[in-house]
Design a protein around this ligand. Structure first.
Ligand code: IPD
Ligand code: CA
Ligand code: CA
Length: 271
C-alpha cells in the first residue's frame, strides 16, 4: 500500500474546493446551459461539468497515480477500489443551484483501497466547509464537531424527501409514514451532501434516502462516522462504495431504533 500524506492531500483538496466555490459564485450572473440527464428533473449544467474538470486537472497534475470517479464522467473508468480514489460530486443539489442559487455543495470523498481517508463537503453559498481526515476528528470550517449524542425519537428531526411517503417505485409508501408521524419533524434540503453534513454537525438527527450514487455519499458517510454517527444502507447493512445504495445515516441509538421499529419491521426487502 502506498504511504500517502493525508494532511497534504486534505489541505490541497480543501484549497481547490474553495477555489472551485469562488468560480461557481462568480458564475451566478452568467447565463447557464442546462440539460436533462435521465429525466426532466435530473439536471446538469455547464458549471457541473466545468467544476468537475477543474478538479480533474488539479488532481491529475499533482497526483498522477490517483484515480477519480466523478459524477459527470470526466474522471477515470473506475471498476475497482484499489489505490487512492477521489469520488467527486462537483455540484450536489443541481436543482437548487439552478432554481435557488443556494443549498448546493461540492462533495469529495477520498479512499485508499476502499478505506475512507478524507471527507469534504462545501456548502458554497453558506461558506461552510465540513471536513475530516479519518481518525483526526471532523470540522466545520475551523471548529471541531463534537461526537453525536442520541436523541429520543419524539425529539428527532430527520431528513426525508417526501417522494418516499408517496407512491413510488422503491418503497411501499406505508413503510415510512409511521416514522414521519413519530418524529418531531422532517426536513428536505435537496442536497444529499448537505443533508449528510447536517447529520454530522447535529442539525439533523438522521437522514434516509432510497437511491444515492457513490459521489452523493462518499464524503458524507466519512464525516458522520468520524463523529460516532452510523452510516448503513436502509436495511442496516454496509454501504457498497462503488454502487448505488439506499442510504440511512443517523445518531447511534436513534439509527438502531428507527431501523428496528420502523424499517425492518415493515419491509420485506432486507437486501
Ligand atoms: C441529487 C441530490 C438530491 C438527491 C438525489 C441526488 P445531484 O444530486 O443529492 O438531494 O435526492 O438523489 O441525485 O444530481 O444534484 O448531484
Ligand atoms: Ca449528487
Ligand atoms: Ca451532481
Amino acid at each position: 500500500m502506498k504511504v500517502e500524506n493525508w494532511n497534504e492531500i486534505s489541505n490541497k483538496a480543501m484549497q481547490w474546493t474553495k477555489e472551485a466555490g469562488e468560480i461557481i459564485l462568480s458564475s451566478f450572473s452568467e447565463e447557464r446551459m442546462i440539460n436533462f440527464k435521465s429525466n426532466p428533473s435530473d439536471l446538469v449544467t455547464d458549471m457541473d461539468q466545468k467544476t468537475e474538470q477543474f478538479f480533474i486537472e488539479k488532481i491529475k497534475s499533482t497526483y498522477p497515480t490517483h484515480k477519480i470517479l466523478g459524477e459527470e464522467g470526466f474522471g477515470d473508468e473506475v471498476t475497482s477500489q484499489e489505490g487512492t480514489l477521489w469520488i467527486i460530486d462537483p455540484i450536489d443539489g443541481t436543482m437548487n443551484f439552478v432554481h435557488q442559487q443556494r443549498n448546493f455543495a461540492i462533495s469529495i470523498g477520498i479512499y485508499q483501497d476502499g478505506v475512507g481517508k478524507v471527507g469534504i463537503i462545501y456548502d458554497v453559498v453558506a461558506g461552510e466547509l465540513f471536513h475530516c481526515i479519518v481518525g483526526s476528528g471532523a470540522y466545520l470550517n475551523e471548529v471541531a464537531l463534537p461526537k453525536l449524542n442520541s436523541v429520543p425519537l419524539s425529539e428527532a428531526v430527520i431528513g426525508l424527501n417526501s417522494t418516499w411517503v408517496t407512491e413510488n417505485k422503491r418503497i411501499d409508501a406505508e413503510v415510512l409514514a409511521p416514522l414521519v408521524k413519530a418524529v418531531r419533524g422532517t426536513r428536505s434540503y435537496g442536497s444529499a451532501a448537505i443533508e449528510m453534513a447536517y447529520v454530522a454537525s447535529g442539525r439533523l438527527d438522521a437522514y434516509m434516502t432510497l437511491r444515492l450514487s457513490p459521489w452523493d455519499f462518499a464524503a458524507g458517510i466519512l464525516l458522520i462516522q468520524e463523529v460516532s454517527g452510523v452510516a448503513t444502507n436502509l436495511y442496516g447493512k454496509p454501504i457498497k462504495l462503488l454502487q448505488q445504495n439506499p442510504v440511512f445515516v443517523g445518531k447511534p441509538v436513534l439509527h438502531d431504533e428507527i431501523l428496528h421499529h420502523f424499517i425492518l419491521k415493515q419491509s420485506a426487502d432486507h437486501e
